[in-house]
Design a protein. Structure first.
Length: 91
């Protein structure tokens, strides 16, 4: 007996981004509250992004003060040393 296997891509859920696009195209969906479900997913996503942003502790370059100034000073010193070594090698 020969059986055929037909591969079909599954339809994404309505809460999924692609599912929201499918729902927007038709407007005639089986569930009456599909827009509500899409908005709940969007709100949940936004809440997670906002909470992650609040929990991050990123230090800005201007708030680091003394450690940054010493790092910049050392960087310029090494550049000057490299330039003088190069000049001495040429001479």
């Amino acid at each position: 007996m020969i059986s055929l296997l037909i591969l079909v891509q599954p339809i994404p859920l309505l809460g999924h981004i692609l599912g929201a696009n499918l729902a927007d195209k038709d407007g005639n969906n089986s569930s009456p509250n599909w827009q509500e479900r899409v908005m709940k997913a969007r709100n949940r996503f936004l809440k997670s992004v906002i909470s992650a942003a609040k929990s991050e502790t990123t230090t800005m370059p201007w708030s680091r003060g003394t450690p940054r100034s010493t790092m910049l000073r050392n960087r310029t010193k090494t550049k000057l040393l490299q330039e003088t070594e190069f000049a001495l090698k040429r001479a």
